[in-house]
Ligand binder design. Structure first.
Ligand code: GTR
Length: 386
């Protein structure tokens, strides 16, 4: 039995399927007017905007869309990187609002010797910067850039700390300097919102880079980065595909199940991730007007790939798979048939097929070269069919 210390109380986390409470998920297709949505038009005009607002108000906070100035410059480049197979660009993106500037550093490798523009994978990096080293002095399965280049994709990354330091005392020192009003609002964005915002600023850059096909960007993230990748793709439909690796609670997993990490646990350990309003649901999941299947659904009809790891029960693999299954109803409105099985597949049996892909990998909470190989396969299937 695992437990975590929350101030002075000890709150046990449930890892027993038999102890999952009975719950009723909010119906993704039932509008606030009680009307049940049966077509794309009503989904896009009525229900989808309602759900987006529910997530802004209750979970991730607002997503500011305007700023005073946007500039980028190539700080460094190497046309013969990775022994000549990639063109490295280190880009500085400076965004200014209210006389405050945030600087986001992008590391980008573009494959050489193939026709441009190319599709790209963008990672929201929540781990050490050494994982995305531009000099390739450290190689890591977390961001196996050579493997992605060999598959004919550009590969890019930025570090979350550029947008909002991942700490409760300093998260304000980034994007939030540009939007100080957010700090006072119950529905104000915090770190995860800021990371998602930064992903969109990188998309703005891709739209200006002739080597990159901005209509074919796969946004990826692991764990807290996977929560941000879902929120960014829900907000910004320019992302063609979303990969959310081991994103768990307030990522792809259903909160109503209270399996593994709970809302109270996440809000206590990471009070700087979500809007203050989200704390109303601490130990109060049944009051939620939403759940994470609705976040996945906001990305429809674009493909979503979600994963788990067999030893990572904290992230609730079953609840993650169920969330994806619920989202099938919205993809169905677009006549997109999901190839997912009825229940969670066996370990190391990937269901790689757009629009909804899933695998549970043997091992621990991580993103590995095995995971990336499946994401590439899924992107190949999708982009080659278009
Ligand atoms: C955990 C947290 C998870 C997940 C993870 C990570 O401690 O409870 O929600 O975000 O960190 O980002 O690796």
């Amino acid at each position: 039995v695992y437990s975590i210390l929350l101030s002075t109380e000890l709150i046990a986390q449930n890892y027993d399927e038999a102890k999952v409470p009975s719950y009723i998920l909010p119906d993704v297709l039932k509008a606030q007017s009680e009307k049940v949505v049966t077509n794309v038009k009503d989904w896009e005009n009525i229900r989808r905007p309602e759900i987006l607002t529910l997530f802004e108000e209750n979970v991730y906070g607002q997503m500011p869309k305007t700023f005073d100035k946007y500039e980028f410059k190539i700080k460094n480049e190497n046309k013969h990187s990775m022994n000549g197979k990639a063109h490295l660009k280190e880009v500085e993106i400076a965004v200014t609002n209210h006389n405050q500037t945030v600087m986001i550093h992008l590391v980008l490798f573009v494959p050489t010797g193939i026709k441009k523009p190319v599709p790209a994978f963008l990672l929201i990096n929540n781990r050490g910067k050494n994982n995305t080293s531009p000099t390739r002095d450290t190689l890591s399965g977390f961001w196996p850039a050579e493997q992605v280049i060999d598959a004919g994709y550009a590969v890019a990354a930025f570090h979350v700390n550029d947008a909002a330091p991942d700490h409760k005392d300093s998260y304000q020192n980034g994007v939030l300097r540009l939007y100080p009003e957010q700090l006072k609002a119950g529905n104000g964005m915090k770190a995860i919102g800021a990371w998602a915002w930064a992903a969109s600023r990188i998309m703005d850059y891709f739209e200006n880079d002739k080597d990159i096909d901005a209509s074919k960007i796969v946004l990826t993230g692991h764990s807290r980065g996977g929560k941000a990748s879902l929120w960014a793709a829900a907000q910004d439909s320019r992302f063609a595909m979303c990969v959310s690796n081991c994103s768990g609670n307030t990522g792809a997993a259903l909160s109503h199940r209270r399996f593994g990490e709970t809302i109270q646990a996440i809000n206590t350990t990471f009070p700087h991730w979500f809007a203050d309003n989200y704390k109303k649901f601490n130990d109060n999941e049944s009051a939620l007007p939403l759940d994470q299947h609705m976040l996945v659904s906001l990305i429809a009809p674009r493909p979503v790939y979600v994963t788990n790891a067999s030893e990572d029960l904290w992230a609730d693999p079953v609840g993650t798979f169920l969330s994806l299954k619920e989202a099938e109803r919205v993809y169905g409105l677009y006549k997109l048939k999901s190839a997912l099985p009825e229940s969670i597949p066996a370990i190391n049996m990937p269901f790689v097929k757009p629009p909804l892909a899933y695998h549970i990998r043997e091992g621990v909470h991580d993103m590995t070269s095995y995971d990336w190989a499946q994401f590439i396969k899924n992107a190949d299937l999708y982009f080659k069919s278009r």
